[in-house]
Design a protein around this ligand. Sequence first.
Ligand code: ATP
Ligand code: MG
Length: 307
Amino acid sequence: MPPIISIRGVTKSYASGFQALKLVNLDIDKGEIFALLGPNGAGKTTLINIICGIVTASAGTVTADGCDIVDDYRAARSMIGLVPQELSTDAFETVWATVSFSRGLFGRAPNPTFIEGLLRDLSLLDKRNSRIMTLSGGMKRRVMIAKALSHEPQILFLDEPTAGVDVELRRDMWNLVRGLREKGVTIILTTHYIEEAEEMADRIGVINKGTLMLVENKHDLMKKLGKRQLTLHLQTPLQHIPDELRFWALELKAEGHDLVYTVDSADSVDISALLKRLNELSIVIKDLQTHQSSLEDIFVNLVTERT
Ligand SMILES: Nc1ncnc2c1ncn2[C@@H]1O[C@H](COP(=O)(O)OP(=O)(O)OP(=O)(O)O)[C@@H](O)[C@H]1O
Ligand SMILES: [Mg+2]
């Protein structure tokens, strides 16, 4: 199946001369949830805004379901929904009017039943006749989502959808995203909450200083870069690691009080052999701790290593 979004050689230099994107190539598959991770200023919003036709690329091409986003702007834009990072809505309009109008902008025939269902899914139905300015921040964000979905797009961009929203809205949002995915909608999101990407995404892209550093299936990424660690707190500190233990990847930490055993996530290990050996050497373990590296550890390593 051809990719639903194809990004080729995209660069962006803003008028200030600042280069926000450097030769980005990326394909997004139909129906996947793709998470774009990167620190502040990495270029995430710039890339999304280029695909959505809000920012013009300095070089390169982007197609959405085969339509060039510049030459075939209308067709490309009609299949895309965007929930922007910055909230911007018409304060004086009602929820209903704003969402219905948004659908009309994309040339879609009015469909009150659809809009009603959308507002219900986003717990906004009781606010349908309220002016936007009377809503709370979280409700305004829900309105932005309703607007982005008003024309039933095949591709949805969520730029930091859960920044500053409460736990309940975040949960609702993820349920909504899962529901959309089940309907075949492709979802591209940016987030600073790595656990969110870890839970939701099929694939992860890491961007830093305008360069897409890595694109990988989430499970492969965890397997490849993830590590597991077993820390054994010793009864009596060791001066050095005994020769008999040289077959294990061990390190002494905390002035000899901790024996740390690190393994790659992909390896299968036999801890019992190590414990047995320690027992034979009369090394007494007071307590133990295990740690599995999260996507966050992997991400921080990647972004700091290569800067
Ligand atoms: N209109 C603009 N003019 C000049 N520079 C800009 C403009 N918009 C963004 N930039 C710069 O481009 C870089 C990338 O910005 P962008 O908004 O894409 O980052 P981001 O990854 O979305 O960051 P954040 O996580 O903070 O949202 C930043 O250094 C930013 O200052
Ligand atoms: Mg941004």
